[in-house]
Design a protein around this ligand. Structure first.
Ligand code: 6LW
Length: 517
């Protein structure tokens, strides 16, 4: 027996989906405009999780050009059937004419390589896939209702998939629009068959405060589906905005080898008022079946702070659980870049990276020279040591990123024989300077973000000098409660020539991520 603390995956790991093969569990989450896309996490006990690969991990697999922040890869589903892993997902927000929408990818090894996308002729988001025991395959998803009766009405559709052509076939069945009449955003549907009955589980009310999970059953996969009187089977909305965990929903179920049931789902931890800078995180909840329906967190009725897993033997450990501290080497799976793979914007060098500056800035819907990590803790330091010889108009720095429209950067630029450091808050597309300092040029820079709750201090040092705070920003100006969108905050190192051609390379000698609690 081991106990795991919730969230099992801290930081921006939203929309979890899980499957089991023997004693092995595999879990995927959304990654939006970040690459590599869709981390595949593995566990043998639901307690310790490790990233073993990514579904989208090579150039050309998907085209991110022109995709704005909080577009990109939404809610994936992972399933295993007949020796093959299947992921079904949506690439959202691609400019007209580019391939996008719902797709399937398959792999024999969940660590990869995954196939190229097989595009599906279906609108909407949150696709899922169900393998019936008669060999038929059913794809389901959600989209805005074709004939809406109310604002933001979405509907869940089901269609058969031809296993040979991997195309949708036969009639479409619209089966669900939420347990409550008038529910907005019925989404994240998943089908299961338990003891001969089909279950359709789906979120509703939107992925924020009112988020809820409901379930319905049918004798035939295509419905009609009837919800339980106990719906919603999980929500935190009745706990109020003071409750430290809000927005629980978007769940997926898995049966363990010992016959016990579990759900993974997303929720947000608030701090600094009603804000959640870490974004939507993955939580684990025990489930039991009573009278033919699942009961989430029996006896507790909400997402527990800790979960006991009877078949787990060791204590929770692992990188992604946020327990790693110190230098993040270039081959660490936590590294991400924006609209490109880390290896497309930088080259591994020693403990760090060589990062060629790019004309694109963090404010452009483009590929900036940016290497980032999820902020996974309320209190954490990101420290980057960078050696660079900047030309006029060029800058290097560290940033706290929500999107191209909303981020805070500590930018170091040449200033005559010296350097100038500025902390700039880009808020809804406008820049505001929060602080400035002058530095001596010639020595490597140590650039840091010090997150202490919602306070984000940005510091710089040259050579062996003591770091000085150049400016302080607030995480509550950057989280999605303030900005909209779907993401938690990222910390990273960047360099830009601000539109000019350049051959300057920033030598990012080392980056440390150090949680302080
Ligand atoms: C996800 C959907 C949602 O696909 O947010 O509003 C989307 N709800 O379930 C992105 O995480």
């Amino acid at each position: 027996m081991s106990t795991v603390k919730n969230p099992i995956l801290p930081g921006c790991y939203p929309d979890p989906s899980i499957c089991r093969v023997g004693d092995d569990y595999y879990l995927v989450t959304s990654t939006f405009e970040y690459l590599p896309g869709l981390p595949v996490l593995h566990s043998r006990d639901l307690v310790t999780w490790e990233t073993i690969g990514h579904v989208v991990d090579r150039p050309g697999q998907l085209d991110y050009a022109g995709i704005e922040s909080s577009g990109g890869l939404y809610a994936p589903t992972i399933r295993h059937h007949d020796g093959l892993f299947w992921v079904i997902c949506t690439l959202v927000g691609q400019p007209q004419g580019n391939p996008g929408g719902n797709f399937l990818m398959t792999a024999t090894d969940p660590a990869g390589p995954w196939s190229d996308p097989m595009w599906l002729d279906a609108d909407g988001i949150d696709p899922s896939i169900f393998f019936d025991d008669d060999g038929r395959i059913w794809v389901h998803g959600t989209r805005l209702a074709l004939e809406p009766e109310w604002f933001h009405q979405t509907e869940v559709w089901i269609r058969e998939l031809d296993p040979e052509t991997k195309k949708l076939t036969g009639p479409e069945h619209v089966v669900w629009s939420g347990a409550v009449k008038g529910a907005v955003w019925a989404e994240a549907p998943h089908l299961y068959k338990v003891d001969g009955t089909y279950y359709l589980m789906a979120a509703e009310a939107g992925t924020e405060f009112h988020h809820a999970e409901s379930i319905a059953q049918a004798d035939v996969v295509t419905g009609p589906y009837t919800g339980t009187r106990g719906n919603p089977i999980l929500t935190h909305r009745h706990l109020g905005r003071q409750h430290p965990v809000v927005g629980a929903g978007h769940a997926d179920l898995v049966e363990a080898a010992d016959g016990s049931w579990w759900a993974v789902l997303l929720a947000m931890r608030t701090y600094g008022g009603y804000h959640y800078p870490l974004g939507r995180e993955t939580f684990l909840v025990p489930v039991v079946w009573e009278d033919g329906w699942p009961v989430f967190a029996p006896g507790v009725g909400k997402v527990p702070d800790e979960v006991e897993v009877p078949f787990a033997t060791g204590p929770a450990s692992g990188l992604v659980q946020g327990l790693a501290s110190g230098t993040v080497p270039a081959d660490d799976p936590r590294w991400t870049a924006v609209r490109a793979l880390p290896a497309q914007v930088a080259t591994a060098a020693g403990e760090g990276w060589d990062l060629p500056l790019r004309p694109a800035t963090l404010a452009d819907v483009d590929v900036p020279a940016f290497l980032g990590l999820r902020l996974q803790h309320q209190d954490a330091d990101l420290v980057a040591r960078v050696a660079v010889d900047l030309a006029d108009g060029e800058e290097v720095g560290v940033a706290v990123r929500q999107s191209e429209k909303d981020h805070v950067r500590l930018a170091v630029t040449p200033d005559g024989d010296a350097l100038r450091a500025r902390v700039v808050h880009r808020q809804r597309g406008e820049d505001r300077v929060l602080g400035e300092a002058t530095l001596a040029a010639g020595a490597p820079l140590t650039l840091s973000v010090r997150a202490r709750g919602v306070d984000l201090e940005l510091l710089v040092a040259t050579g062996d000098s003591e770091p000085v705070v150049v400016g302080t920003a607030l995480a509550t100006d950057l989280d999605t409660v303030a900005t909209g969108g779907f993401l938690g905050l990222w910390l990273g190192v960047y360099g830009t020539s601000n539109g000019a051609a350049t051959s300057t390379v920033a030598h990012v000698e080392r980056v440390d991520y150090v949680p302080t609690v």
